[in-house]
Design a protein around this ligand. Structure first.
Ligand SMILES: [Zn+2]
Ligand SMILES: [Zn+2]
Length: 855
């Protein structure tokens, strides 16, 4: 029987509570005087308080009460929480590990790191990859966008937060649940300074991705402080339905911000986390801050959680009643603080995401980054703070504050500021364009939620903009309180749809994985191997092969097997399949001779190595935010898509080409090594994953020392010099935030150079100029003459050649040479593509002759 994760969780929670001694650290709890009780909600919980009847969850105990004589005996600011925590756990024998990037390039299942354990998913947790160390703690910055509309309203929600992780990856023999539990209990009592009487533990269960186990949640004053999960089992098809995991995983996650908030016992989570940023924002916006009202509001703010309330208007009036003011007054007074908290919170999330290589955009994770930028900017505009508040400044303040914890944020702040400035410019241009679109939409009828979502999604027009424009026209617009969550939901669905598209698979039977020969050297092109299997007469599987299958954006090799043409090569589940031009009757075990088309192989290798070189050059010229977004290498040319927040200028493209050719001239080695994944990550960082996540324990690392290093399975040159020559053909913006660079290398580049030479020579002879630099001016004079002739014909109603010779002489008398690329410039002056220049000129000349002939 296979249960869903949700079913497993419910089933196992009941099972584990039947035998608590077996699944929870009950000995430790009893030692400290905790008693086991059952709450009316059904949960078994532990407390030292004889009279305590509820489990401690806010919904059972009646709300957060941390503000009345705060139970925490230690007052810690944000930075101190991690200092103290890591010091304590380091003494206890845990390694203190640096955070992983919040853009989760190593993980194929998510755009952003959403929990501390996600840093080790999926391959460490699955046992495929060695953990960095057996026991560790980590301050992992995470991003989650599901609650974005709650930010600044409930006073406890964030899109970006640090999850403090306590993790262990050990065998059954080394598993010591009591110790793990005692360690976290020590933090609560000695670290946070909570008396036992202020802590409640819940018996619970966790399930995810087919794994499951018991877990202990801990609460104080209605606030969930953390959860210690023990991943012990995995589902299987045995009669029992599950088995023990070989590698047992401890996954304790605890909110860093919540710890700081709890410890300080006042204000909002934002005041506890970034007090100096909030102070600066209050000062420069000069808002009136009703301290007393805020104080009364905060304890009830959690009731406005859009995730939990059915009727948000009803919830507002309930809270207003508790606070003792009308809904209108409450909303007007809370509004500016919601704005300030949201601006500060979103700037912090953007700072981390952009530092780690994310970019605002219209698809994937970039989409969420753009959404929070626009939400923050909408607040700035709503309150008229355009001259006072810049999100890029707020990001810098955060980087300065967080320097003791995350110094990398300040190192790359220049890049982050540039990206945010360009994003602001895009937003403003969009706003201008938006006014017309909105007016048209409103003319056609009322803007309902569906229309608002469509306008945002397809045109990037925020609902606040629509509302503002509608107000000017005297039309009312209701924005759903969970607007951004609704949009995100729509995206998740769209993305799932595109992911579920699969090609039909060949049924392989139980052939072993093919041994790969193409990793060693690109010029290894003759080999022999026994046949393992022939499917459908023309699909051959060998024991080993040097044929490269289409993958990683590189086209497959062609060649022959025993002189029969190989037309296609692909890989399925580690097995390489050769498709032959004709059917064969080969028996298993027959030796065949493989021969690869070396010309094609070499050109593909040149184009692939060049992709790595251009990627490195683009990073050098444009900045550290550049990542590969896609690539393809064919015989004719290569293309590399890179992330960049702005358009690329001709000058920048020229610099990238120059830098690429400099690397070719340096003739650097292109090193290819298969390395253990965890070691490679430690040595080279996550820059490795330019092409996305790579499964498996070992990865192949392709390194141009000191310049570029990527995890890549392609066929590569042995030195950069073998690329011969690199020419960038063109660059185009394929979507917001992604630039496509098309290029050629080696023979293909020589061919392009020759063709261009010929084009120039043809043009020079056609125009009768002796130097390239005169092509643009002379071509333009032909264009001008043609225009003059047409105009004068029109004006006179009939063709007159009066003055023709004078005009021609005048146009050709002072031709100014052009210093730069003549073809592009000529194309610009003639308003045509460079490849059409000669034909365009010939057309002009013919028409001029024709007109003259008529006169
Ligand atoms: Zn309860
Ligand atoms: Zn590659």
């Amino acid at each position: 029987m296979v249960r869903s994760d949700k079913e497993t969780k419910r089933w196992f929670k009941a099972e584990a509570s039947k035998e608590p001694e077996k699944y929870y650290a009950t000995a430790v709890l009893k030692k400290h005087g905790f008693m086991r009780k059952r709450c009316s909600c059904g949960t078994w919980f532990w407390t030292v308080n004889k009279g305590q009847e509820h489990c401690g969850d806010a919904s059972c105990s009646g709300g957060f009460t941390l503000f009345e004589n705060n139970p925490s005996k230690k007052r810690m600011d944000y930075i101190t929480v991690w200092r103290e925590f890591s010091k304590m756990f380091s003494r206890k024998g845990y390694a203190v590990v640096r955070r992983y990037p919040v853009v989760a390039r190593w993980n194929p299942t998510m755009d952003f790191t959403i929990a501390s354990i996600a840093a080790f998913q999926p391959y460490v947790v699955s046992g495929e990859v060695e953990p960095p160390t057996k026991r560790l703690v980590i301050p992992q910055f995470c991003l989650r966008f599901g609650d974005v509309d709650n930010v600044g309203v409930t006073m406890s929600h964030m899109t970006g937060f640090v999850m403090i992780g306590q993790h262990a990856f050990v065998s059954q023999q080394e598993w010591d649940q009591e110790r793990f539990f005692q360690d976290i209990l020590d933090w609560l009592t000695d670290g946070l300074g909570l008396p036992y009487g202020e802590i409640s533990f819940h018996e619970d269960a966790w399930a995810g991705g087919g794994n499951f186990g018991p877990c202990m949640e801990y609460f104080s004053r209605g606030v969930e402080l953390g959860n210690q999960v023990y991943m012990l089992f995995e589902q299987d098809d045995s009669s029992r339905g599950y088995r023990e995991l070989k590698l047992k995983v401890l996954d304790m996650g605890m909110g860093h911000e919540r710890n700081a908030w709890f410890s300080q016992g006042k204000g909002t989570i934002y005041d506890a986390t970034f007090p100096t940023v909030i102070k600066k924002l209050k000062e420069i916006t000069d808002i009136s801050y009703d301290e007393d009202l805020m104080h009364r509001y905060i304890p009830y703010a959690a009731f406005l959680n859009l995730d939990e309330v059915e009727d948000i208007d009803e919830a507002w009036s309930r809270v207003a009643k508790k606070v003792g003011v009308s809904v209108e007054i409450l909303r007007t007074k809370i509004g500016p603080m919601t704005a300030i908290y949201s601006i500060a919170e979103h700037a912090r999330s953007l700072l981390f995401a952009l530092t780690d290589g994310g970019l605002p955009g219209n698809v994937g994770g970039g989409y969420n980054l753009r959404a929070i930028f626009r939400r923050a900017q909408s607040f700035i505009e709503e309150y008229g703070w355009e001259d006072k508040v810049r999100i890029s400044d707020v990001a810098r303040w955060h980087a300065e504050d967080l320097k003791p914890l995350f110094p990398e944020l300040l190192n790359d702040i220049g890049d982050v500021e540039k990206i945010l400035t360009v994003e602001l410019k895009k937003h403003q241009e969009n706003k201008k364009r938006a006014a017309a679109v909105i007016q048209n939409t409103l003319k056609r009828g009322k803007a309902d939620a569906e229309t608002l979502i469509r306008l945002y999604d397809e045109q990037g027009i925020s609902p606040e903009l629509v509302k503002g424009e509608a107000k000017r026209l005297g039309i009312g617009v209701d924005i759903p309180d969970n607007f951004y969550a609704l949009v995100a939901e729509r995206h998740e669905k769209a993305e799932q749809k595109t992911q579920s598209r699969r090609e039909t698979k060949l049924s392989l039977g139980d052939v072993p994985k093919t041994n790969i020969l193409y990793y060693d050297s690109y010029d290894y092109v003759d080999f022999e191997s026994p046949v393992m299997k022939v499917i459908e007469g023309d699909k051959v599987i060998l024991e080993r092969t040097a044929f490269y299958p289409t993958s990683g954006g590189q086209e497959n090799d062609t060649g022959t097997l025993d002189k029969i043409l190989v037309t296609d090569v692909f890989k399925q589940d580690g097995v390489i399949v050769h498709v032959l031009k004709e059917k064969v009757h080969w028996k298993q075990g027959k030796m065949v001779q493989g021969k690869i088309d070396i010309g094609r192989r070499e050109q593909l290798a040149q184009h692939h190595t060049t992709a790595h070189i251009i990627n490195g050059a683009a990073r050098k010229v444009l900045g550290n935010h550049v990542w590969q977004a896609g690539a393809a290498k064919t015989l004719e040319k290569g293309r590399l898509d890179i992330t960049h927040y702005d358009a690329v200028t001709e000058e920048e493209i020229r610099k990238i080409e120059e830098e690429a050719n400099r690397i070719v001239h340096l003739n650097l080695p292109v090193k290819k090594n298969v390395e253990q994944k965890n070691l490679a990550e430690a040595e080279h960082g996550f820059r490795l994953y330019q092409g996305g996540a790579v499964p498996g324990k070992d990865i192949r690392v392709v390194e141009i020392p000191g310049f570029d290093v990527e995890a890549c399975g392609g066929t590569h040159l042995n030195t950069t010099g073998e690329a011969g020559l690199i020419r960038i053909l063109r660059s185009t913006k394929v979507q917001d935030g992604v630039i496509r660079i098309e290029y050629v290398a080696g023979d293909a580049a020589q061919r392009v150079v020759r063709e261009k030479r010929k084009e120039l020579d043809d043009l020079m002879s056609f125009l009768g100029v002796k130097e390239e630099s005169f092509i643009p001016a002379k071509a333009e004079s032909v264009f001008e003459l043609w225009k003059w002739l047409r105009k004068s014909t029109k004006k006179n109603g009939a063709l007159t050649l009066d003055g023709f010779e004078e005009v021609k002489k005048k146009l050709e008398s002072h031709l100014v040479p052009f210093d730069g690329e003549p073809l592009a410039e000529t194309g610009r002056r003639l308003q045509t593509q460079p490849q059409h220049i000669l034909n365009t000129l010939k057309k002009f000349a013919k028409e001029i002759e024709g007109m003259k002939g008529k006169s």
